[in-house]
Design a binder for this molecule. Structure first.
Ligand SMILES: [Zn+2]
Length: 303
């Protein structure tokens, strides 16, 4: 039995991160071209601990000491109270912030516009150190860095301003992102939409930034892998099962953020391609193994 912690992108590729109840030692499974089989033990969700920062501006996870169940979110109430990452989101609003978090925030940050497979965009912020990892975690297709700030407080002020003035969302849920692959636009079209929105944001920033930020013009693009090349979006379907219930055997073709492009065999031994949102597996206890699973013959869209 293992506790799934989520999809980790710290090595530049999507790995399934898991551990046991209490150890801080986590294991990683490279999802690329992997056959992933498991059975979700039950409907309970377990605490994934909390983040702490050191005085060098780095952060890591501390597992839950008491192995609690959680009703929603990723942490029990004790761990949520100890989670220093919560300070990141409202430090710029004047809330008192621990010294180590302030050290993390004192490094240069970037403001970016990320666009997803269906052309929807969001504005976001990222520290210099996690510049590309963050975009990979999010499953963005194209992103443009539009400003670089001297610290992580001011970048969040800019994010709020851009979001309010231009009505650009700051977050996008994992299910919405997975769903976006079912109506994916051609790569060039996504690039065009991102370029246009980034230009609008740059124009807005031109009139509002001060000495704490400089305009930037850098583009990041995801690898044009099987998500773009292997099959037309019309031939893909949403995974027909609840990923947090029962047994699953997935042949993973490629991963973007928390979304996996998988192929499975149906009862007629015909292959179908599905988009699977892996995010809900975080906090679930599963038994690894290639269990017998019968998939329906006709793919269905059940997002
Ligand atoms: Zn906990």
């Amino acid at each position: 039995m293992v506790l799934v912690r989520g999809i980790d992108w710290s090595t530049g590729q999507g790995n399934l991160e898991f551990g046991d109840d209490s150890s801080a030692q986590f294991s990683y499974l490279d999802l690329r071209n992997a056959r992933v089989g498991f059975r979700v033990l039950d409907e309970r969700k377990w605490c994934l601990g909390y983040f702490v920062f050191d005085d060098g501006g780095r952060f890591w996870t501390v597992p839950c000491k008491t192995n609690e169940n959680v009703a929603k979110g990723r942490s029990c109430s004790r761990c949520a109270g100890l989670d220093e990452s919560t300070f990141l989101h409202n430090a710029h609003l004047g809330r008192s912030t621990p010294l180590n978090v302030r050290t993390y925030l004192s490094q240069p940050h970037w403001l970016y516009i990320a666009t997803f497979a269906n052309g929807e965009s969001k504005v976001g912020t990222v520290s210099d150190e996690r510049k590309t990892t963050r975009l990979q975690e999010q499953g963005a297709v194209i992103a443009r860095f539009v400003a670089r700030t001297s610290d992580g407080l001011h970048v969040r002020e800019l994010e709020d301003q851009v979001s309010a003035a231009l009505c650009i969302r700051q977050s996008m849920g994992s299910n919405r992102k997975a769903l976006s692959w079912l109506s994916a636009l051609p790569f060039n079209q996504i690039d065009g939409l991102n370029r246009a929105m980034s230009a609008t944001v740059s124009d807005f920033l031109l009139t509002s930034i001060d000495s704490r930020a400089v305009l930037a013009k850098e583009t990041w693009r995801t690898t044009p892998d099987a998500f773009f090349t292997q099959t037309l979006p019309l031939e893909r379907f949403a995974y027909p099962r609840e990923i947090t219930v029962g047994a699953h055997v997935l042949d993973v073709v490629a991963v973007k953020g928390q979304s996996a492009l998988c192929s499975v065999l149906d009862r007629q031994l015909k292959r179908h391609q599905y988009i699977v949102n892996l995010a809900p597996l975080a906090g679930r206890k599963v038994e690894p193994g290639l269990f017998s699973v019968e998939y329906e013959d006709v793919p269905m869209t059940l997002f």
